[in-house]
Write a protein that binds this ligand. Structure first.
Ligand SMILES: Cc1ncc(C[n+]2csc(CCOP(=O)(O)OP(=O)(O)O)c2C)c(N)n1
Length: 564
C-alpha cells in the first residue's frame, strides 16, 4: 500500500494532490484516521503534504482526537477513513463533533462506478448508506459532497472556506470516488475569505438589564470571550453561573462565581437563586440543554432570559415557555457593545453563596477515594501546570466537574450533551498533538477498554496522560442502577492498566493507596511521552450524580396496555 505500488500517486496534479493543497490553504495542520485500500491514494498524498498524518487504531478514536486537536490548536481538523466499516466506525465521533461544535472535515472513500451495485469489497455509496451521509442536511454534515470528477473542486473549496471561517461548529464530508482520487485535476482558484459579522444591536438588551439585578450564565460558546465576560461581570458586579463545559471561562475562585449548573453542579447555585432572587439571567453562549439545566424551572426568573448566541435557533429552545430576549451574535462582540452602551449602575457588592469543596485528609490504607484523587489532580495538573484536562463520560466527569476548580478558559474539556465513552480516552491524544504539549485525561476503566489510542500516542510521541479510575466496573451505571432500585450486574474483570500501557511502550505507574498519589502524579507530569496512572478506586464513594439519577427516576412512564 505504499506509493511505490503505483507511480501515479506521487504525480502532482491528481485530484488527491489538489485536494491536499486545498486542505493546507484552508488551514488544516492535523489529519487523524485509519487507512484502507480504497483510500490509498488519499493517504499517500496527505502523507506527502505538510499536514501531520496521525494513523490511529480506530476511526472513532481518530474522530475524537480530531475534535480535541481542533479545540487545542484553534484549527479545523481532518478525519480520514476508508469505505464501509472505516466510515461507519467514525460515525459516533462525527456526531460527537456536531454536539461539541467542533470544526471537522471527514474525508472518506466512495466506491467508483465500476464496482457499484456489483458487490464490491466494502462497497460504499448512496446505495449502501443512508442519504444523510452524502447530503448537506445538517443531520450529520453541514456540507457534504461526493467527488466523482475534478470539476467540482473550486466550488467545494469555497463552501469549506466559508463554513470553517465562521465562528462555531462546522462538520463537512468529502466522499472521494476511488477512481477519481487518481484522476488529473484542474488547478483550483485561490479562495475568498468572508468578512466578519457586523457588531450586534444591544440596545434592547441593555434596556432589559435595567429593571433589576441579573446573573450571567456562561456556556462553552463564550470560551473565546473570557476577558469580556470577566470585564462585564466585574463592571456590573453580576454573579456568574456556568455550564459544566464552561468551567474556567470565568475564574471559579472569583468572589462573583456562584457555581456550576447541571450535571454534577453545585448546590450553591440554587441557594443563590433563592436568597438573592435575580430578576433575569443573561445567558452567554449556552444551549441550556439537559446537562446544563435539567430544564429546572427555578432558572426561569420573572424577567426571563436575555440569551446571546451566534446560532439564532438556540435562544428559546430549552425553555420554550420562558420570556426570552434573543441577541444573535458573538459573545465577545456583544459584551464589548454592551460595555460601550449606557449600562445600569452595578449591583451592590454582597457575599454570595459559593461552592464548598473541603480538601480530604489522606488516609494510609487503600483503595483511593476519588475525592482524594481529585485533590491531587487539582494540585499537580490544574494548579501545577498549564495542561488541558479532559474528563470522560462516567464517574470521571462527575468528580472533575464537581470538585476541580479552574481559573482559565481552554483548560477543561468534557462532552456532556453527546457523552460518548472513549471521547476523552482518545481525545487526549489529539489534544496533546494539537497543542504540542501535555494533555491529561481522567477516564474510567470501562471507557479505556472501549477506546484507547495509547498505541497511537506511543507511535506519535504524544504527551498524553491517562489517569484511570480503576474500579473494575461501569461505576456510573452501578451507582445509577442502585439509585433506580435495579440490581443488574455492572462488574467486569479487573485490568492491570499499568501493564497494559507498558506492553504498548507507554510509561505507567500504579496507585494502590492515597499516600502514593503525589509521587505518581509528579512522575506522570514529568514524563516526556504517553503515560498511564492506574488508580485503584474505592467503590464506596458516591459520585455527585444525584440530579441525573433524580431526572431518570422522574421520567414519565406509560401505563400498562397503552403501547399500541
Ligand atoms: C459509547 C457509550 N456507551 C455507553 C454509554 C453509557 N455509559 C455512561 S457512563 C458508563 C459507564 C462508565 O464506566 P467506566 O468507564 O468504567 O467509568 P466509571 O463510571 O466506572 O468511572 C456507561 C456504560 C456511553 N456514555 N457511551
Amino acid at each position: 500500500m505504499s506509493s511505490a505500488v503505483d507511480p501515479t500517486l506521487a504525480i502532482p496534479g491528481t485530484v488527491v494532490s489538489a485536494l491536499t493543497r486545498m486542505f493546507v490553504r484552508l488551514g488544516f495542520e492535523h489529519a487523524f484516521g485509519v487507512s484502507g485500500g480504497a483510500m490509498a491514494a488519499t493517504w499517500d498524498a496527505l502523507s506527502a503534504s505538510p499536514i501531520a498524518v496521525h494513523h490511529f487504531r480506530h476511526e472513532g478514536g481518530a474522530a475524537f482526537a480530531a475534535i480535541e486537536a481542533g479545540f487545542a490548536s484553534g484549527r479545523p481538523t481532518l478525519v480520514f477513513t476508508t469505505t464501509g466499516p472505516g466510515l461507519t466506525n467514525a460515525l459516533t465521533g462525527i456526531l460527537a463533533a456536531r454536539a461539541e461544535g467542533a470544526r471537522v472535515l471527514v474525508v472518506s472513500a466512495y466506491t467508483s462506478a465500476a464496482g457499484r451495485g456489483r458487490c464490491a469489497i466494502q462497497e460504499t455509496s448512496r446505495d449502501t448508506l443512508p442519504p444523510s451521509f452524502y447530503e448537506s442536511d445538517g443531520r450529520l454534515f453541514d456540507f457534504a459532497a461526493v467527488v466523482e470528477e475534478p470539476s467540482r473542486l473550486a466550488e467545494i473549496e469555497r463552501a469549506l472556506d466559508q463554513g470553517f471561517a465562521r465562528w462555531g461548529g462546522f462538520i463537512a464530508h468529502l466522499a472521494l470516488d476511488t477512481a477519481a482520487q487518481r484522476s488529473m485535476a484542474e488547478p483550483a482558484p485561490p479562495c475568498a475569505f468572508p468578512t466578519g459579522a457586523p457588531p450586534p444591536d444591544v440596545s434592547a438588551c441593555s434596556e432589559a438589564l435595567r429593571d433589576g439585578p441579573f446573573a450571567l450564565w456562561v456556556g462553552f460558546g463564550a470560551r473565546d470571550a473570557a476577558d469580556e465576560v470577566r470585564a462585564f461581570a466585574r463592571r456590573m458586579q453580576a454573579p456568574v453561573l456556568c455550564s459544566p463545559r464552561a468551567k474556567g471561562i470565568f475564574p471559579e475562585d472569583d468572589p462573583l462565581f456562584v457555581g456550576v449548573t447541571g450535571l454534577a453542579g453545585h448546590a450553591s447555585v440554587f441557594r443563590y437563586l433563592e436568597e438573592h432572587a435575580p430578576r433575569r439571567i443573561l445567558v452567554l453562549g449556552s444551549r441550556l440543554g439537559e446537562a446544563t439545566s435539567f430544564w429546572d424551572p427555578r432558572f426561569v426568573r420573572p424577567g426571563g432570559f436575555v440569551h446571546v448566541d451566534v446560532d439564532p435557533a438556540v435562544p428559546g429552545t430549552a425553555y420554550p415557555d420562558a420570556p426570552t430576549l434573543a441577541v444573535v451574535g458573538d459573545v465577545g462582540a456583544t459584551l464589548d457593545a454592551l460595555l460601550a452602551s449606557a449600562l445600569p449602575e452595578p449591583a451592590k457588592t454582597v457575599d454570595l453563596p459559593r461552592p464548598t469543596i473541603t480538601p480530604l485528609a489522606r488516609r494510609a490504607d487503600g483503595p483511593v477515594r476519588p475525592e482524594a484523587l481529585m485533590d491531587a489532580v487539582q494540585q499537580h495538573v490544574v494548579d501545577g501546570s498549564d495542561s488541558v484536562l479532559l474528563a470522560e463520560s462516567g464517574n470521571s466527569f462527575l468528580w472533575t466537574t464537581h470538585r476541580l476548580r479552574f481559573a482559565q478558559a481552554h483548560r477543561y474539556r468534557i462532552s456532556t450533551g453527546f457523552g460518548a465513552m472513549g471521547h476523552a480516552a482518545a481525545g487526549v491524544v489529539g489534544a496533546a498533538l494539537g497543542r504540542r504539549g501535555r494533555a491529561v485525561a481522567v477516564v474510567g476503566d470501562g471507557a479505556l477498554l472501549m477506546t484507547n489510542e495509547i498505541n497511537s500516542a506511543v507511535k506519535d510521541g504524544a504527551r498524553a496522560l491517562w489517569i484511570v479510575l480503576n474500579d473494575a466496573r461501569y461505576g456510573m451505571c452501578a451507582q445509577g442502577m442502585a439509585a433506580l432500585g435495579f440490581t443488574a450486574d455492572a462488574d467486569f474483570p479487573r485490568v492491570d492498566f499499568a501493564a497494559f500501557a507498558r506492553a504498548q511502550g507507554a510509561g505507567a505507574v500504579r496507585v494502590d493507596c492515597e499516600p502514593q498519589l503525589d509521587e505518581a502524579l509528579a512522575a506522570a507530569m514529568a514524563a516526556d511521552g504517553p503515560f498511564v496512572v492506574d488508580v485503584r478506586i474505592d467503590r464506596a464513594s458516591l459520585a455527585p450524580a444525584s440530579r441525573r439519577n433524580a431526572a431518570l427516576c422522574a421520567e414519565p412512564t406509560f401505563p400498562l396496555g397503552s403501547g399500541h
